[in-house]
Design a binder for this molecule. Structure first.
Ligand code: LLP
Length: 444
């Protein structure tokens, strides 16, 4: 496992494990000076630390693998998809969860082994199902009864048997933000156990000539701190599996409780670490199997955020100030909601530091605003920074998940560049968009 040299640093547990401060007082990541990276590649810039990415992959594969050897950790590509990150994940021996034909195309372009890819989605297009079958991916996770019928027909037309999991909705509330809660009764995702639809789906799947029902999947939400929610989920799902065995002679071979493992965005709010989640899930699984006399299934887990969040740091250049005496001081940066919509959508909270004075004590409280034409384009409300001045580089840690993939061209913003850093070298893995890119799809 990578040595965490960031430990002595302010915000060290949120920054990548290689974070440091060089003699110039600049924040370094992967041995690279972030002020120099900003000068070379421009801002906003998303910097990803190779060592932190690999450390997170290994934390999950090891902690689950040593407790339940028949586990595949499938990275949820929606958190950050791109050739570099997907190749790294493949090298780490992991699987992949994709949710669209687009993510599948990127994964295949990265050379990701198709048999380790699972396709999710609550409204997969017939074309996406065909693409998945053509590529020979490992599993299709069927989300509803309509899709069961559709996939059976398409698999028949393609002359194949589709290996499926059923995405069930266990009715468990993990008490995270309501916009990232996905396993309660009132959700668009999955087939409800509570309403009886899940049993109907099992019967229908078992009777479908072109489908092989390998197991059950669920995903109750994201950024879940509540440990009991995983235990309850496993119990509900395995209880359902036992009923399906008793009533329909069905034996569960594979099981996935999804992803949702929380990450640390702000000081003082550390989530359970991967090992704790692994212990919870695996102990609950083993106990439930024993209680119901079920054989141990193959386990899939799908961390997204927890693989990439800590590895990514966003760099911005500070521009204008606006001081409203007695009210607030706004410090604007050259990015904002077009590259990180999370504060606007989820009230997500971040920390920040001035990259050129990384060891300085933060002073005045300011509000970091983006540059886009929306009052809601605020990246961080009320944060202490070390005297931010125009031209300074502002670093926002824990920006690795769901920022770049949710980036938009709002205000015709150019989506940012991404560099990977490792051992003092930076590699541009995605260039910044250009004005030509904005016009690429325009036909007049
Ligand atoms: N598996 C399934 C079926 C999912 O729907 C998701 C996330 C994951 C795994 C990965 O969850 P994670 O480990 O990353 O929490 N845009 C939101 C997050 C949406 C998550 C959607 N599904 C955000 O920025 O917080």
């Amino acid at each position: 496992m990578a040595q965490d040299v960031s430990a002595g640093l302010r915000l060290g547990s949120i920054l990548p494990v290689t974070a440091g401060v060089n003699p110039a007082g600049h924040l370094t990541l992967g041995g690279c000076d972030t002020v120099e990276l900003a000068a070379e590649y421009g801002t906003p810039l998303y910097v990803f630390d190779d060592e932190t990415l690999r450390a997170q992959c290994r934390a999950f594969t090891t902690s689950f693998g040593h407790r339940h050897p028949s586990t595949m950790v499938a990275y949820a590509a929606k958190a950050l998809a791109g050739l570099a990150v997907l190749r790294l994940v493949a090298e780490e021996g992991m699987g992949l969860d994709v949710v669209s034909g687009g993510e599948l195309a990127v994964a295949l372009a990265a050379g990701f082994p198709p048999e380790r890819i699972h396709l999710h989605g609550n409204n997969k297009a017939p074309s996406e199902l065909r693409e998945a079958l053509d590529a020979g991916i490992g599993r299709i996770v069927v989300d509803n009864l309509d899709e069961l019928a559709l996939l059976d027909r398409i698999a028949g037309e393609c002359g194949v048997t589709a290996s499926i999991l059923l995405r069930l909705s266990p009715g468990v509330d993990p008490h995270t933000h309501h916009k990232i809660t996905t396993g309660i009764l009132d959700t668009k995702f999955g087939i409800s156990i509570q309403t009886g639809d899940a049993e109907t789906a099992v019967i229908q799947a078992l009777a479908s000539p072109h489908l092989e029902l390998l197991g059950f999947h669920c995903h109750i939400g994201s950024q879940i701190f509540e440990k009991e929610a995983y235990v309850e989920t496993v119990e509900v799902m395995l209880g359902f599996a036992a009923r399906m065995r008793d009533r329909h002679g069905y034996t569960l071979q594979e099981f996935s409780p999804g992803g949702g493992f929380a990450v640390q965005y702000v000081a003082g709010a550390p989530p359970p670490d991967p090992d704790v989640y692994a212990e919870l899930v695996v102990d609950a699984l083993h106990a439930a199997c024993e209680a119901h006399g079920l054989p141990l299934p193959k386990l899939f887990v799908e961390p997204g955020r927890s693989i990439v969040a800590r590895a990514g740091v966003a760099l911005y250049t500070v521009g204008s100030h606006k001081e409203i005496p007695g009210v607030r001081t706004y410090v604007s940066v050259d990015g904002g909601m077009a590259d990180n919509i999370r504060p606007a959508i989820y009230d997500a909270r971040y920390e920040a530091l001035i990259a050129g004075r990384a060891a300085a004590e933060p002073g005045d409280i300011v509000t970091v605003a983006g540059k886009y034409c929306e009052s809601g384009d605020i990246l961080i409300r009320d944060i202490a920074l070390a005297e931010p001045r125009a031209g300074d580089i502002l670093a926002i840690p824990a920006s690795g998940a769901y920022c770049v993939p949710m980036a938009s061209n709002y205000n015709a913003a150019l989506r940012p560049a991404i560099v990977f850093v490792k051992d003092g070298a930076a590699r541009l893995v995605r260039r910044r968009e250009t004005y030509e890119d904005l016009l690429r799809t325009e036909l007049g």
